[in-house]
Design a protein around this ligand. Structure first.
Ligand code: MTE
Ligand code: MO
Length: 416
């Protein structure tokens, strides 16, 4: 048995998997979680003209130190320093976002079944043991919330005021969605595939969280059902026992605790596709601030982004003629191909050295040695081009939902 199978231990040692959930008596509900979280330590997210302090918490099962955005349902952000350590984000500091608070606190892995139904020749109800016997793939991909960095939108927009940490990169292992669809036999006339998980709306009548991909996308051989992340079973809050992984696309499609796959023969008219997570059709989902009416489409592919992670905003360092800086880049729906950096707010740019390519949908490390002009404030910038030639633009996009931020990000430091 290899390391992963031991870690998963689903087929052979049920008690270990259940114990691995680690929920104990904690529960996900209410103030009990928020109270211990209001500890001494605060994180600053760096928004201008708005409250940007958040408590750090270790109160959530399977999670280490996280920035608490909201306790119920849980919204936990990854501190930026985590991204400086490795291009893969550790599972215990991987961000968490749920729409509804009614989330199972334990999963019986023997009773769990994944249903595949709708326009298929053979509806299926598959156990985890069965899924674990299917051919596996593993790929690195960034899971990024559509609203990541919303707190930096100017003018400001309503919604969770995330810093840049509503994202993470992992090696996802699981089975191809295409293989499962082939097993069930997709019928002629199928147009799309809808995904839903075990979480339930907190209020009766609210729409169950469900997301849909076009049939060709669902069958592209990259969209997968992951049962492992970074070589371990998924943390419960990241979708144990299985979640959808949609490389290059925003995480709203990465349905967690996935237990229901439905092949559709028409458009998905339900709330989470037809109303929520819509972006302007304009390039970069960009409209003039304040615009409310615009043609829209469901959010889809990610765009290139990059960050300085070796220094924190506001950090003071002593003067030397040059300093090393480093960070991470992502290419969005293509690989990160090139990164340039500036230490003087964009007057002079130089090429950064890219770290190894660990998968085109993942983070890529970059490093550079940049000159300092003197004491005082210095603005560090990084700019990523993806392999399709798309670069981070110099001017931020805006839309009323605060989705899909894509712009050269600035890190201001102090040279003493
Ligand atoms: N079942 C389920 N899956 C879900 C969601 C949800 O509310 N329920 N939220 C989605 C959104 S909007 C995000 S940003 C990601 C967050 O993934 P993570 O918590 O593993 O980081 O899960 C996605 N999958
Ligand atoms: Mo999200």
């Amino acid at each position: 048995m290899d390391r992963l199978d031991r870690a998963l231990a689903i087929a052979t040692d049920r008690r270990r998997v259940l114990a691995g959930l680690g929920f104990g008596g904690l529960g996900l509900g209410g103030a009990t979680l928020a109270a211990p979280a209001l500890a001494e330590q605060l994180a600053r997210l760096g928004f201008l003209g708005a409250r940007d302090e958040r408590p750090l918490t270790t109160a959530f099962p399977g999670k280490g130190s996280m920035i608490l955005q909201r306790a119920t349902p849980p919204l936990l952000e990854t501190p930026m320093a985590v991204f400086d350590r490795d291009v893969f984000t550790p599972n215990d500091q991987f961000f968490v976002r749920w729409h509804y608070a009614d989330i199972p606190t334990a999963i019986d892995v023997e009773k769990f079944r994944l249903k595949i139904r709708g326009a298929v020749g053979r509806p299926l109800s598959l156990s985890l043991a069965r899924l674990l016997r299917m051919p596996r793939i593993e790929l690195a991909a960034v899971n990024q919330c559509s609203g990541n960095s919303r707190g930096f939108f100017a003018p400001r927009v309503p919604g969770a005021q995330w810093g840049h940490g509503a994202m993470g990169n992992a090696r996802w292992m699981g089975v191809r969605l295409r293989d499962l669809l082939d097993l069930a036999g997709v019928r002629a006339g199928a147009t799309a595939v809808r995904f839903a998980g075990l979480d339930r709306p907190a209020t009766p009548g609210a729409p169950d969280f469900a997301k849909t991909l076009a049939i060709d996308h669902a069958r592209d051989g990259e969209v997968m059902l992951a049962f492992a992340m970074n070589g371990e079973q998924l943390p419960l809050l990241n979708g144990f026992p299985i979640r959808l992984v949609v490389p290059g696309w925003y995480s709203t499609y990465w349905v967690k605790m996935l237990d229901d796959i439905e092949v559709l023969t028409g458009a998905d008219e339900q709330y989470w596709m037809a109303k929520a997570y819509k972006i302007p059709t304009a390039p970069r989902a960009n409209v003039a601030p304040g615009t409310k009416d615009f043609p829209s489409v469901p959010i889809n592919r990610m765009v290139p982004r990059s960050w300085v992670t070796s220094l924190a905003p506001g950090q003071t360092i002593g003067f030397t003629p040059t300093i090393p800086i480093g960070g991470i880049a992502m290419g969005g729906d293509h690989g990160a191909a090139r990164v340039e950096v500036s230490a003087d707010g964009g007057r002079r740019w130089q090429r950064a050295v890219l770290g190894p390519d660990r998968g085109r949908y993942g983070f890529r490390r970059w490093d550079a040695e940049v000159p300092l002009r003197g004491r005082g404030r210095a603005t560090l910038l990084s700019r990523c081009w993806n392999s399709a030639g798309v670069a981070q633009p110099t001017v931020a996009n805006w839309n009323p939902s605060g989705f899909m931020r894509g712009v050269i990000e600035a890190t201001d430091i102090v040279i003493a």
